[in-house]
Design a binder for this molecule. Structure first.
Ligand code: GFB
Length: 319
């Protein structure tokens, strides 16, 4: 793909969106379109439509999303459902009117049923009940996947939906109430190391298993998908197939093991305790990444190294 192709990154300040921008820059793309929330509320259809009709991107990444950890999802189910639906309806309708050729819509592995066979294959979509702690978010994202597929079927669009596993990396949300586990544990371990109680309190039983992917590895997968040669791309977006692609690292561990790894990186050697009053969420969530791997993508950032650079980011911004 020509490096002067206009590319719109919706949500360029988030964990995934900022990584996509870095990857586009690294690959030499020099016409990247972004708007801050203050400049444009992407959930508002008319101004979003105007922007896309004016700028005419050929590629769009939908990384704009209301996201959060298990605590945030439980505390604000309406926001996770309604904000995400509003964003994706506005963006995808506008992309259709502006003839955006390639869209990569970003979801999450929580779209898959709670009890589906692991690793979670793309074909597991809608095969059973969802995990209750993030059902509103998952339903919004499933609607986004269905929107991409429906546009492909009804209007001959060629849009994709990528489902990353649990993400982390520089630019993560380190807030204890709303962040995801890895960023929250980094902050807790850092604060426990400097405090008097020397105790790292981990939510839930510690037995839940999660797969973690660095945002930069995700970004390489997404830019690869968006820039695939025509013949390969066409097979993913054929109207008869749900245009879903999982992106996972294969690096899975229990939350107990994660807490120990974070503690080691941070240099915290006090007690690690578990708080069973907090939910575990889904017991296990590892995706089957055969499809993206068949396209030549491999994760490059190991978990321990990724946590170390994320800790550097935390310290540079919060300490
Ligand atoms: O990352 P997390 O909030 O998201 O939690 P989910 C993962 C696991 O870590 C759960 C445990 O079993 C938590 O109980 N955990 C332990 C903690 N300590 C903490 C902590 O201090 N903070 C947090 N946040 N968790 C979210 C979904 O699910 O993942 C979203 O709610 C989305 O919809 C996202 O899919 C990727 O993996 O449980």
């Amino acid at each position: 793909m020509d490096k002067s192709t206009p590319v719109f990154v919706a949500g360029h300040r988030g964990l995934a969106g900022s990584a996509i921008c870095r990857e586009l820059e690294r690959r030499g793309f020099d016409h990247v379109i972004v708007r801050t929330h203050r400049e444009l509320d992407l959930a508002q259809f008319e101004p979003t439509r105007e922007l896309l009709l004016r700028e005419r991107p050929r590629v769009m990444f939908v990384a704009a999303s209301k996201v959060g950890g298990i605590g945030a999802n439980s505390a604000a189910p309406v926001d996770f459902l309604v904000d995400n639906l509003a964003l994706q309806i506005s963006l995808l309708r506008a992309a259709h009117e502006a003839d955006v050729e390639r869209v990569v819509f970003l979801g999450s592995s929580c779209i898959y049923p709670r009890d589906a066979a692991q690793p979670l294959a793309e074909s597991a979509l809608l095969s059973g009940p969802l995990e209750p702690t993030n059902r509103p978010y998952a339903i919004a994202k499933i609607a986004g996947v269905e929107m991409c597929w429906a546009y492909n079927r009804q209007f001959g669009r060629r849009w994709l939906a990528a489902m990353p596993t649990n993400l982390y990396g520089p630019g993560d949300n380190y807030d204890l109430a709303t962040g995801h586990v890895l960023a929250a544990l980094l902050r807790k371990a850092h604060e426990a190391r400097g405090g008097r109680r020397r105790r790292l309190s981990v939510w839930g039983s510690g037995q839940a298993r999660r797969e973690f992917l660095h945002a930069d590895d995700l970004a390489r997968a997404l830019v690869l998908l968006a820039t695939l040669p025509e013949t390969l791309y066409a097979t993913l977006v054929a109207p008869d197939n749900c245009p879903l692609v999982n992106v996972g690292s294969g690096e899975e561990l229990t939350i107990r093991e994660l807490a120990a790894l974070v503690a080691r990186v941070v240099g915290f050697d006090g007690d690690i305790t578990f708080d069973p009053s907090k939910p575990d969420g889904v017991p296990r969530k590892i995706v089957d990444s055969t499809r993206i791997r068949a396209l030549g993508w491999r994760p490059a950032i190991g978990l321990a190294a990724g946590i170390a650079t994320t800790y550097d980011d935390f310290r540079s911004r919060h300490v």
